[in-house]
Write a protein that binds this ligand. Sequence first.
Ligand SMILES: [Zn+2]
Ligand SMILES: [Zn+2]
Ligand SMILES: [Zn+2]
Ligand SMILES: [Zn+2]
Length: 591
Amino acid sequence: MLSARGILNIYKLLYETKVDYIMEYKEEKKNCQNCKKDFIIEIDDFSFYEKMKVPSPTFCPHCRMIRRMLFGNLSSFYKKKCDSCGEMTIGLYHPNNQSKMYCNLCWWKDNWDGTEYGMDYDPTIPFFEQLIELRNKSIFVALESLYPSLVNTKYTNNASYQKDCYMTIYADYDEHCACTMLTFKNKDCLDCYRSRESELCYECVGIYKSYGCMWSEELDSCVNCLFCQSCYGCTNCIGCVNLRNKSYYIFNKKYSKEEYERLIKNYNLNTYDGQQKLKIQSEEFWIKMPKRSYHGNSLNINVTGEYVYESKNTKDSFLVSGAEDCRFSQYLSIKGAKDCYDYTGWGSESSLLYECYIVGEGAYNNKFSSECWPNAQNIEYSYYCVQGKDCFGCVNLKRKQYCILNKQYTKDEYFILKEKIITDMKLNPWINKFGHIYSYGEFLPPEISPYGYNETMAHEYDILTKSEAESLGYLWFEPVDNVYEITIRGESLPKKFKETPKNITNEIIKCSTCDKVYNISNIELELLVRFDQPVSHSCPRCRHIRRFNRTNKPELHNRNCMKCGIDINTPYSKNRPEIVYCEKCYQQEFV
Ligand SMILES: [Zn+2]
Ligand SMILES: [Zn+2]
Ligand SMILES: [Zn+2]
Ligand SMILES: [Zn+2]
């Protein structure tokens, strides 16, 4: 096998002789720089790359996704001192993390904009090395949010437009919600994952336009459904699966309103034991019923992937809503992504994006960038470029145009220098510590990410041990020891809400499943009263992991419909216990 240096020489030769500019496209098999597996670039993909003026990728789709996800720390929180005001604050940076950090208030102040760390471009040093130097000097924000849009919401991450919320993560336009992740426009929801436009829901995964539902999964337009899965338009159902427009069903069996109301009391659903018993019972029932080959809704046209909703011509995408002409994209939680490839987070009227992480809300024509919002335009190789336009290689820069390495240029100077850097990057690619060749066209290298591998979304989809991660060159930060005095243990909390001690919000609770401690916020308490549900015995993170583990992974497998036998491409691998039907067979039975 050729060494990285050998490949580099061939690369240079190709670039100098312009062999890579062949305009007649045909399907191309490539070998991933990272995992060394082959992957295919299809003919249609080339027209996107041409439109974006980028070379075709050298990493396979999965490795590209993981590389972007190295920039996503959603829920590893620590207490650390603000490097400006000195106050202790909750942030994403481990006490041993060398990155400089300001508390949210100091970071968003107008007394600095990031040009203070501006650097001249040095053509004798690889561009990426200069970008790493800038990243080390610049200052990160404690928690990632559109801070000016938060109302009475102190602790959120990856969030915007939150009102009266607590620990809503990857969340937009929510009100009075707590301990949720990947949400959009919910009200009074607690402990939900992937919920959109829903109200008064508790412990749900994958719900849309639903109301008063608890302990349920993949519901669309349901009301008061408990322990239900993959139902649409149902009201007052318990333990049901694959039902359409039904009321008063228990385990898919019809009851009269009176019988239903009498039976529901026997389940003791306001007690911990009643809840746990029905949870096991319903999961055992759900698994016996056929699953559609992928999760999506009837508003999709020509899509492939998993958890794809209201989308059109969108392929190989995961957890996307309202996307059009997109491919290899994930976590598009707000509709309006158009013409994007390799785009992780978050949509909202954004277009022409390639290899971006958390670049949304009016984003246009951005490449190889992370955390650039809102209305980021023509941004490349930047990280935390807030409200930026025409910036290249900037880190922690606010409201600027025509900047390179955080230094201000005139419009003409900017375009000339940008082209020179791109040419330098192509002529003299950089080899990073992972042995990967970084020319123009690669996403930001892992060296730019300030997080430990175990703190990022990458670790959720490609789990590594500490020694594996460190041997590959990633950072790793161990959880910090608890410094709080535990006042109550999770397993000894009351099993009914009624018996909850009055001062529960003052208690430091030891999680019943991990070593962490947690407390109950006022918002959680208010919602638990409304749901008449006991305080959870485990910490918010363990609760989230349990919901996350109920969600399929962004991988598709070829197998056959278990009814008609046709080939299907599905997130359910062959060794999964579910009965998997093709779209047509599923619709025939359940619509
Ligand atoms: Zn790969
Ligand atoms: Zn501060
Ligand atoms: Zn825990
Ligand atoms: Zn079939």
